[in-house]
Design a protein around this ligand. Sequence first.
Ligand code: NAP
Ligand code: ZN
Length: 349
Amino acid sequence: MTTTTVKAYGALDATSPLVALTIERREVGPHDVLIDIDYAGICHSDIHTIRGDWGPITYPQVVGHEIVGHVAAVGSAVTRHRVGDLVGVGCQSNSCGECAQCQQGHDQYCLNGNTQTYNSIDPADGTITQGGYSQAVVTNEDYVLAIPAGLDPAKTAPLLCAGITTYSPLRHWNVGPGTRVGVVGMGGLGHMGVKFAAALGADVTVLSRGTAKRDDALDFGAHRYVDTTDREAMRELRGGLDLIINTVSAGIDIRAYLALLDVDGTLVVVGAPAEPFSVPAFSLIPARRSLAGSTTGSITEIQEMLDFCAENGIHPETELVSADQINDAWERVLSADVRYRFVIDTKTL
Ligand code: NAP
Ligand code: ZN
């Protein structure tokens, strides 16, 4: 078996800064694609994972699940991609293909546990998968996305996680003209949620701390901005929303947001803090409200979202960083000082 050694940037433990290291990529199997990575987005999930917020992990670990690059080689049986194609890889890199969810095309909800792009056991060789803060990756062709013409590659990487994670619930809950959508937290996910909800014709309210992001929110298509530290503004919004997408990476007082839902409204949790929420029964009962969750989106839905972005001229707001700026970028994500997604130029590894 011939593996390939590639440069990467990863963690040796939960707390130290990331360092330059090398990792092995598996041999390109018949159904695999070797991708030379050009760009990798920095998602808050990368930080939660390395810091152990979601439980212990194995180190060294290279994260990154917003990957864009060029096909460098294809396996003998590959039909979907050709050498030179601009492609992407998101959060899931495989799934069982056989369970009821996979059979319905919902690979993100694979009942046997899909293979995540990092920190998962790779069914191909039993190793721990390693993510996109690296020069190259080998991925099964069915989990490699074709990037439509017209999308800027550097600005496409964040669509593979931040984009799909907000697009999917907006589509699942049938957001369209007339739907009153609230987006809580305007970071990487949140700002894409605002752009998608506005493009779908919804009436969009951004809920963010302070007023620093007000102008940006309105530029991204929001109709209203509410400073969540302004108690009076929060009180005025009570009962005024049909769907809330909570993208906050930390624990929040979920009651204050459930109170903003109208009868039959739904609050969808996509932000994944370590701490549990405390939900009083009477935040839900009197208005038949729902509290829901959602993870990423299926491979089919990611392709649909990429096409939607190309057709509607939608892209994330990004700041390109080099490898030696990754640790600073993480600190800035942690202090919500990101406008609105860092993307690593992986050529600098
Ligand atoms: P991000 O760019 O850091 O954005 C998170 C936003 O949350 C911040 O911009 C901030 O918004 C708000 N926030 C942060 N700390 C807060 C605090 N202590 N109190 C109140 N608000 C706070 O992160 P991201 O990459 O968008 O990811 C957001 C969350 O989604 C993370 O937990 C991530 O792991 C999770 N995620 C889930 C999925 C999924 O499949 N469900 C996929 C990707 C990511 P304001 O400054 O506007 O208040
Ligand atoms: Zn992510």
